[in-house]
Design a protein. Structure first.
Ligand code: GLA
Length: 504
């Protein structure tokens, strides 16, 4: 029997694997960001992330009059207030098992994406075979698996939904645009508005993909010379996020100066800012021209800082480490409204980017590596997009993706990305300041044997005797006078939250 709050064991193929995330309590518990940005007068859609046995009755005090809460589903809809302002809404969830409440601050202003986006993207599961049915199933699974109850919200279609000019496949061929020049989906997406409506009906948001070049990376139709029409079309369909992938724009750009690198993003960023709905702009150009320095000014809400994680080379360590190490260097550029994006979380049952036709299989990462991956991404305030198969979520993968206290570190309203405290061939330490004055610290063991890792409070610039909390297991370890020292498994992590006396 699994008792709430107890770590338990889950048997995978060869080894017994510790599930560290405590089982969610029966009583309601509200999760997700504490702060949420929306532009004045724009459509509003937010499903209150909440665990606990349903039925749950939701209520919200001080909700702006233009918004409406469905008390049964916890989905808030309507239009944002027309004027700039902040609304401290008190959300409440009640059931036969208990109740929970929390303040959810709605900030009506120019900035959206006040915390990193969370969701799912189809690329590493479906590649060029993706269909509307796959996307719909993933959205349904986001609800059924409980992932949405922890704040996962965006359901993103990646490349290959449009037509593929010159394709021999009748499902993908045909004119890429209609007589008005509007972009057409391929036959695998027969009714885009219907698909987006379905995602919205669940309280989730929908993402789409294009390229500023004539073709996408997989050689499907791109937005070059149709930028405004495409943005309008995506908004009409109801999309809430656009991933805009450089790809063939290399043929168009005159040179590699920063001006040329910025041009297509400034263009699309400007168009998106003028739309009558909020569309998050995820810039994908692999870090060229130090994008972290100017992504926000170009209109981006996040920007990939590296090449594709699924293609990153495994040297002595799996590929996510080198991507993480590189992304960690740009911590000063991340903040509310604009985030460094080190790419998706590739765990669970997931496809191989080098063999895209070979289907999905269980990740080759060890359990410890998976805890390290999720901890690193959360400390780096990275967008959290799972890209494995949503319909094949096993208990271990769900435990990695859905630990409320780990996610809280990612979603912390202060919006700081962790700084690098130590980086050697054996140890990596990241520290992220949080809004309540605590510090989240990840101690990563990069070696292949267990290792004692120690961090002194002086290394972290803190004093006093903070309470040290084990974040994955969600329990306090006690007060420590000058340092924290811990034995970390091979390729594993110890993720702790140092809570100063004042915040306890
Ligand atoms: C690039 C991107 C990936 C994915 C593919 C689609 O490689 O970096 O994330 O979108 O294109 O073709």
């Amino acid at each position: 029997m699994i008792l709430p709050g107890m770590a338990h064991m889950y048997a995978t193929g060869q080894q017994a694997t510790e599930i560290r995330t405590p089982k969610a309590a029966d009583a309601p518990r509200i999760h997700g960001p504490e702060i949420y940005g929306v532009r004045p007068g724009h459509p509003f859609l937010y499903r209150i992330p909440c665990t606990g046995i349903r039925p749950i009755r939701f209520s919200a005090r001080h909700l702006p009059a233009s918004l409406k809460l469905n008390r049964r589903t916890g989905i808030i809809t309507g239009k944002a207030p027309g004027k700039y302002g902040e609304f401290a809404v008190e959300l409440k969830a009640e059931s036969a098992y208990g109740e929970d409440s929390r303040i959810f601050k709605i900030v009506v202003g120019d900035t959206i994406g006040l915390t990193p986006q969370m969701g799912w993207n189809d690329w590493y599961t479906f590649y060029s075979h993706v269909t509307a049915e796959d996307i719909r199933n993933a959205a349904d699974a986001m609800i059924a698996s409980g992932m949405a109850d922890f704040g996962y919200q965006y359901v993103d279609i990646d490349d290959c939904w449009a037509r593929e000019p010159g394709s021999g496949d009748p499902q993908l061929s045909g004119p890429a645009r209609d007589a008005q020049g509007d972009i057409l989906p391929n036959a695998r997406f027969p009714d885009m508005p219907n698909l987006v409506n379905h995602i919205h009906s669940l309280g989730l948001k929908a993402g789409i993909y294009s390229s500023p070049g004539p073709f996408t990376c997989a050689h499907f139709e791109g937005s070059y010379r149709h930028e405004a029409a495409d943005a309008r079309r995506f908004a009409q369909w109801g999309f809430d996020l656009l991933k805009y992938d450089w790809c063939s724009y290399g043929q168009i750009a005159k040179d590699e100066t920063r001006t040329s690198l910025q041009a297509p993003y400034r263009k699309m960023g400007g168009i998106i800012a003028g739309l009558d709905r909020d569309v998050v702009l995820n810039m994908c150009q692999y870090g060229m021209g130090d994008v972290w320095r100017w992504g926000r000014q170009a209109g981006g809400n996040s920007w990939r800082t590296t090449g594709d994680l699924g293609l990153a080379k495994d040297n002595s360590l799996p590929g996510f480490y080198s991507i993480g190490f590189a992304n960690a260097e740009h911590n000063l550029y991340a903040g509310p409204g604009g985030w460094n994006d080190p790419d998706y979380i590739l765990i669970g049952t997931v496809g191989d980017a080098r063999h895209q036709d070979s289907g999905v299989r269980q990740t080759q990462l060890t359990p410890e590596e998976q805890y390290s991956y999720m901890s690193m991404w959360s400390l780096m305030a990275a967008p959290l997009f799972f890209s494995g198969d949503m319909t094949k979520l096993d208990p271990f993968t769900r435990n990695v993706l859905c630990n409320a206290e780990v996610i809280d570190i990612d979603q912390d309203p202060l919006g700081k990305q962790a700084g690098v405290v130590r980086k050697t061939s054996a140890e990596f330490i990241l520290a992220k300041p949080l809004e309540d004055g605590s510090l989240a610290v990840g101690l990563f063991n990069l070696t292949t044997s267990p290792r004692a890792i120690r961090v002194n409070w002086s290394d972290l610039g803190i004093s006093g005797q903070p309470m040290v909390r084990d974040v994955w297991r969600q329990h306090d370890l006690g007060s420590f006078a000058t340092a924290y020292s811990t034995k970390v498994p091979a390729h594993g992590v110890d993720l702790v939250r140092l809570v100063p006396k004042e915040a306890q």
